[in-house]
Design a binder for this molecule. Sequence first.
Ligand code: AMP
Length: 286
Amino acid sequence: MKIIKKIEEMQSWSDEQCRKGLTIGFVPTMGALHQGHLELVKLSRDRVDITVVSIFVNPTQFGPHEDFNAYPRQFESDSEKLQKKNVDVLFAPTAEDMYGAEFQTSIDIKDVSRGLCGEFRPGHFQGVATVVLKLFNIVKPHVAIFGEKDYQQLLVIKHMVHDLNLDVDIISHPIVRDSDGLALSSRNVRLSQEERKRALIIPAILIRAQELFNKGEREVAKILTACVEFIDREGKLNLQYLEIRDAHTLKSISKIEREAVVLLAAHVGNVRLIDNCILGSHETLN
Ligand code: AMP
């Protein structure tokens, strides 16, 4: 596996692969890799000739009081994991190279970035969209793989690609969970044993919503009320939001008439976790 740190080197390496007629798949990450990331890598390897993974903890998507400094960084073990998965290139630029002192551009994707995480993390999706566009221009992928774990992010990126006519196919991968149901996240390593147990209420809430939906309930307010009652009964949770939205547009809905998504964000101790599940589709939590 080649490790590339310089932007120009990455661009010319990608140009060379394209000249050879090879297709490039791209998995952008912030590192602290787990099985969820590795499944995205596998999907890329199944679809294209060459897979590039980036590791870049992007400062511009963290708010001033968020966990940029505390975000786990483990470059050595990450690169070993990627090597074992036969990744072709690990791209790991520095923040200085990505954002020079004169940097002043930002991508703002309107409606789909508003609300949910957009409400609690002002500027977050501008930071995400801008860095993803930069990475696309550097890695020049034919296909990019994103996890459904960051559902709003996935739709933001899809919108950007559509609106700006970017020549890249976006493929999504379902959420990868631990055996106890907790969605894998780089932030899980920051949970104490007791917090890790408490966090299990998060997938349990989603299962509750799914049960009600499967029984035929279609009123959003009724499902959400039942979920809140479930939280009150089962224990405390420092919830930021719990919402049901249209799965394709993320618009607010009061009745489920086509695929919908239950999305939530909560703090367990100091760790902010997000999760979601689709109502009315293939993915079933168990
Ligand atoms: P991150 O390193 O957290 O920025 O995530 C990099 C990519 O991995 C994003 O597309 C995430 O949605 C995806 N990802 C993270 N955790 C999971 C998971 N548990 N299941 C599926 N995809 C994930």
